[in-house]
Design a protein around this ligand. Structure first.
Ligand SMILES: Cc1cc2nc3c(=O)[nH]c(=O)nc-3n(C[C@H](O)[C@H](O)[C@H](O)COP(=O)(O)O)c2cc1C
Length: 278
């Protein structure tokens, strides 16, 4: 439960906090307000909006609320070009990723929205090429075994699974040839996990990942989400034993990180959106 305090000396009863927050209620025309402290999610809207800094929440540190920078303008066209220019990276330079850059990615992931502001995403950063390679190898072996199992005589597969068989087989064949088709020799990997049973964990982790990928793009780093690894780790937890993911948690997503070798010259086409306007 949050402990919300208002400084009666400075509060002007403007009501901005109550307008923004469903857990704060003004009593008409008075400085008095009631707080539903039990349902405060510590989102910080009230602190960030109050024009006279009259609000204090014991669980939050007001020093973590710097003034909004004056110029936050990014033109819609610049943002559109930036979003369109983020591409998955599968060819990484030999260069390692500096620790500070990875720290920055994790730092920015925290600002993603999360259900009830739970911020329940947890990160594992593997900034170790050898360990990334080991995880890739185990993942490839998982797909090799799966491929053999599913291609045994008499096994009939639904079309969606049939469509994945080529990828499973190639993961295994690359591994046998000493190549890495899973993480593509990336120098670093970020894994995001959260409580398996929380209904918003999946969205929280994926949104945190979006922040990581976009921040990485600003730093000239390439990323690629990896579903092969996430799927394999869920089915065979021994693949990720060193990561020590708590057993009540689940890995929801991960991405490789490194410096891209290839430089795209053009933006790309996407399908027209499937949308119904009502
Ligand atoms: C949920 C998810 C899982 C993905 N898994 C993989 C993967 O295992 N291996 C891979 O190379 N790319 C993977 N990708 C990357 C997609 O292939 C890529 O986003 C898509 O082709 C569009 O290309 P772009 O990211 O360059 O725009 C994944 C992307 C998502 C969102």
């Amino acid at each position: 439960m949050a402990r919300i305090q208002v400084n009666p000396e400075t509060c002007t009863a403007c009501g901005t906090c109550a307008t923004a927050c469903p857990a704060i209620f003004m009593i008409e025309g008075k400085k008095v307000r009631t707080f539903d402290e039990e349902h405060c999610t510590l989102c910080g809207h009230c602190l960030a909006l109050c024009p006279v800094d009259a609000i204090n929440i014991q669980e939050l540190d007001s020093k973590e609320f710097p003034d909004l920078p004056q110029d936050l303008s990014i033109s819609p066209d610049t943002l559109a070009a930036f979003l369109r220019s983020r591409r998955s990276c599968r060819v990484f330079a030999a260069k390692e990723v500096p620790q500070e850059a990875l720290e920055r990615l994790i730092d920015m992931a925290r600002y993603a929205p999360s259900g009830h502001n739970s911020q329940n995403f947890e990160f594992i950063v593997v900034n170790n090429r050898e360990m990334v390679r080991t995880l890739a190898q185990r993942t490839a072996v998982f797909y090799g075994n799966l491929y053999k199992l599913l291609s045994a005589p008499g096994v009939s597969l639904p079309p969606w699974l049939q469509a994945h068989m080529r990828g499973f087989r190639l993961n295994w064949e690359y591994y046998q040839a000493g190549k890495d088709r899973i993480f593509r020799n990336a120098p670093a990997l970020i894994v995001i996990h959260a409580l398996a049973e929380n209904t918003s964990s999946a969205q929280n982790c994926h949104l945190a990942m979006a922040h990581i990928m976009l921040q990485a793009h600003t730093l000239g780093l390439g990323t690629c989400i990896n579903g092969y690894f996430t799927t394999a780790a869920e089915r065979d937890p021994s693949i990720v034993k060193e990561l020590e993911v708590p057993k009540e948690n689940k890995i929801f997503t991960c991405c490789t990180v490194g410096y891209p070798v290839l430089k795209f010259r053009k933006l790309v086409q996407r399908k027209p959106p499937s949308v119904r306007w009502l």
